[in-house]
Design a protein around this ligand. Structure first.
Ligand code: EPZ
Length: 440
């Protein structure tokens, strides 16, 4: 992206008011597209947002000879995986660093081809983003993983994959998806305990069941998968992106605005809605979506801890922190999922916010970062007026938070690295315009 195009000049201080529509979940649609690889047939995915992740996965599928048609306007992706072939390593490497999704191609490619080249992964700089759980799972299911070249890994399973008993040390979303995508066609039964059960994962389970898979989940978050011989294509409409919906809700609070988010659904946002209400935000659940607004008066401070589902989602905290800079008093955020997700607060402080980061766990949840050197707790004092400034976007959700801060601040801001936001927020410029934001 050339630098000029990658900049947004914003004049803040105006409430965001209006209606926007949010489509399917970024952290589901890419996985459903990978699942299509499991079946020698045609799959149709609907309600797909126009985001970069969809194009990265489409490109990687096409490199493996798969036919992909992306209809951005209608939000429909049609995938014909009747034919799959090994991709040329050099081509795969061109996608190195672009996303974390490629690692999920491992299981499906091992089932279809007996081997896979996976490019080095990308993903937001919010922590180490290791894939040790993924590789351990693939090895337990019978794959051989070797470090082929610094740009990625080469995985083989000449005798196919077989069921296994797998326990995740931490309920990793990606590692859970890795296991599900590999176990559905593995020989025999797989038991996956300590799994993640995010709504996006349960939508992936629905897709796999539509394809012919046999999967159940117990109350203790243990998945049981019985391998089947073959799967067939699916037709599925994605659940709405609850992260994007919550991001716009936080923008309504931070800018004293009133935003109707078409497509937002209550069950998946339950925990967010409780916090939104405790801060003093108002919301109205309607059939077509949810209306979020700032009712006037002071916002109240809160103490929150991020956690795996059904806890408060880590991806919700960054946009909400901007609203907390406008709450009257001290708020606390204990980030227990990623060790390094508060980098985005530095520009907020430069804009006038009062945010202090701590290495201590400021909460009661058990946390892997307790005795380590990560500043993973934040205390936010407000209300503090924000002043516009030049900002460089650090990661996807942090970048959206900077955009909200610029919209809430008095005066002009220049936000650089805007293309990072395109990864997860479809047509956000169009949405900002629909909400009356002043930007170019
Ligand atoms: C998914 O990332 C999402 N991304 C993230 O959203 C989301 O924040 C995260 O899940 C948690 O909900 C996509 O789905 C593309 P994890 P993922 O594996 O799967 C550790 C966004 O902004 N871990 O659940 O990569 C890891 O270090 C993004 O949309 C290992 O130690 O997250 C982290 O501390 C940001 N070893 C924790 O687990 C592993 O092999 C959670 O990571 C894998 C993970």
């Amino acid at each position: 992206m050339n630098s000029e195009n990658d900049v947004l000049r914003v004049v803040g201080g105006k409430p965001l008011n209006g209606k926007i529509k949010v489509r399917g979940a970024k952290n589901f649609v890419s996985k459903a597209m990978v699942a299509a690889l499991l079946a020698p047939g045609v799959s149709v995915l609907k309600n797909v947002p126009e985001i970069r992740d969809v194009h990265v996965v489409s490109d990687l599928l096409r490199l493996h000879g798969v036919n992909v048609d992306v209809n951005g306007a209608d939000g429909v992706v049609t995938i014909d995986a009747s034919h799959v072939e090994l991709a040329n390593v050099a081509d795969v490497d061109t996608l190195s660093g672009s996303s974390r999704i490629p690692i999920l191609f491992s299981g499906p490619l091992l089932h279809r081809l007996g081997e896979a080249f996976i490019p080095a992964l990308g993903g937001c700089a919010i922590g180490g983003r290791p894939i040790d759980f993924h590789l351990a799972t693939l090895r337990k299911l019978g794959a051989t993983v070797d470090k082929e070249h610094e740009d990625g890994i080469h995985i083989t399973a000449p005798n196919g994959l077989h069921g296994a008993k797998i326990h995740l040390p931490y309920p990793s979303v990606g590692a859970t998806e890795q296991t599900l995508l590999a176990a559905v066609l593995a020989e025999g039964k797989t038991e996956l305990s300590g799994a993640a059960i995010e709504p996006e994962i349960m939508d992936l389970v629905s897709v796999l069941q539509k394809m012919g898979a046999v999967i159940s989940v117990d109350v203790d978050r243990t998945f049981r998968i019985e391998g089947v011989k073959e799967l067939k294509g699916f037709t599925h409409t994605s659940l709405t992106d609850r992260i994007e919906a919550a991001s716009w809700a936080s923008a309504a609070l931070a800018t004293h605005g009133d935003i109707f988010v078409k497509g937002a659904t209550q069950p998946e946002m339950m925990t967010f809605l409780n916090v939104f209400r405790k801060i003093g935000g108002e919301f109205d659940i309607q059939d077509e979506g949810i209306r979020f607004w700032h009712p006037g008066g002071d916002l109240k401070p809160v103490a929150i801890e991020t956690d795996v589902h059904p806890g408060f989602m880590t991806d919700w905290q960054q946009p909400l922190v901007v609203a907390l800079t406008q709450a009257k008093g001290l708020s606390i955020v204990h980030e227990t999922v990623y060790e390094n997700r508060f980098g985005f607060t530095k520009p907020l402080v430069q804009m006038g916010a009062t945010v202090q980061l701590y290495r201590e766990c400021l909460g009661s949840l058990p946390c892997r970062f307790q005795q380590r050197n990560y500043k993973h707790s934040a205390v936010i004092f407000g209300p503090t007026p924000l002043t516009g400034r030049d900002i460089d976007v650090p990661d996807l959700r942090g970048g959206f938070s900077h955009l909200i801060a610029a919209l809430a601040a008095e005066g002009p801001s220049t936000v650089r690295g805007i293309s990072l936001i395109d990864r997860g927020y479809a047509d956000f410029r169009g949405k900002l315009a629909a909400l009356g934001a002043d930007f170019e």
